[in-house]
Design a protein around this ligand. Structure first.
Ligand SMILES: Nc1ncnc2c1ncn2[C@@H]1O[C@H](COP(=O)(O)OP(=O)(O)OP(=O)(O)O)[C@@H](O)[C@H]1O
Ligand SMILES: [Mg+2]
Length: 315
């Protein structure tokens, strides 16, 4: 089956900044893939390239088999009903001068879907689906709570039934008390509607909750792509191991017995990334070869991992 999203050797440079530097990734139809990595690793840039909010430097972005990377903005426009993005901060992504009804109806209007009365009905259905009452339709974004605003962004993103949703830290800006309810909502809508999703986050617990597969990004490159269970049980890349060891785990005994791997230093600059394996400067197990040879992303024990030392047995 054609994947909903297939990214092939994607590169995005902002002048000297190598934000995304050769990423290949697939999201199957109806699949949720989590994308994790430290701040500055290029996650949002990848999400913005996939949805063509920024032009790509090189590589392919296939949405349902069709490469949109080299199409003009104008040629991309009619295809946009099939892929959408929601951002971390719904306050800045919603037009403050439009009512909720207008905001949610906008994609239907732009893509000329339905008559005005059909659109009104569709908008009310969509608001109901994201857990908002019909009277919210008449309000403006500033009259809503953060959680309600993110529900409006989701309603707008999903109203034209896209086959791919990119969610860039959709819960990180929300109050902790509403994060779980919005995460639950995304997970429930995904199961009901069956759209594919690239779910970008810092939050490993969120990824474990929503994603079937997880891709780990470091300094513009993917270092590991694995099934969720595999990744959380036996991460193969030393960077993934470090990320997981820094995350709190609910089991206090496991928490106490676990060895914590502390990464030294900050993530290096994407203007001048380290030679060989980009992670070698912070890797606790690096050998001389790692600073010379770039490790390709290769199959190891059912996962993809970019590490010279990975042999399938967790280190
Ligand atoms: N418009 C831009 N111009 C120049 N550099 C940029 C631009 N957007 C992003 N970058 C740089 O690209 C790199 C990757 O940034 P990006 O926002 O994609 O990371 P991220 O993984 O999403 O980080 P975070 O977790 O903090 O959101 C960073 O070094 C960033 O400074
Ligand atoms: Mg980001």
């Amino acid at each position: 089956m054609t994947p909903a999203l297939e990214v092939v050797d994607l590169v995005k440079h902002f002048g000297p900044v190598r934000a995304v530097d050769g990423v290949s990734l697939r999201v199957g139809s109806g699949e949720v893939v989590g994308l994790v990595g430290e701040s500055g690793s290029g996650k949002s840039t990848l999400g913005r390239c996939v949805t063509r909010l920024v032009p790509v430097t090189s590589g392919e972005v296939r949405i349902n088999g069709r490469d949109i990377a080299r199409l003009s903005r104008r040629a991309v426009r009619p295809l946009r009903r099939d892929f959408t993005i929601v951002f971390q901060d719904p306050a800045s992504s919603l037009n403050p001068r439009m009512t909720v009804a207008e905001i949610v109806a906008e994609p239907l209007r732009l893509h000329r879907i339905g008559t005005p009365s059909e659109r009104r009905e569709r908008v009310l259905d969509q608001l109901d689906q994201v857990g908002l009452r019909p009277e919210v339709a008449r309000r403006y974004p500033h009259e809503l709570s953060g959680g309600q605003r993110q529900r409006v962004s989701l309603a707008r993103a999903l109203v034209a039934s896209p086959s791919l949703l990119v969610a860039d830290e959709p819960t990180s800006a929300l109050d902790v008390s509403v994060q779980a309810s919005v995460l639950n909502l995304i997970s429930r809508l995904q199961a009901e509607l069956g759209f594919a999703c690239l779910f970008i986050t810092h939050d490993l617990a969120a990824v474990e909750f929503v994603a079937q597969r997880v891709a780990v990004m470091y300094l513009g490159k993917l270092v590991e792509v694995a099934e969720r269970e595999q990744l959380f049980r036996a991460p193969l890349h030393p960077y993934t191991q470090a990320l997981l060891s820094a995350a709190p785990i609910p089991d206090p005994v496991a928490q106490r017995n676990r060895q914590r791997i502390v990464l030294s230093g900050d993530i290096p600059s994407p203007v001048d990334p380290p030679s060989g394996c980009r992670f070698h400067t912070r890797c606790p197990v690096a050998v001389p070869r790692c600073s010379v040879e770039v490790p390709p992303l290769r199959q190891v024990a059912g996962s993809l991992v970019a590490c010279h030392l990975a042999d399938g047995s967790p280190q």
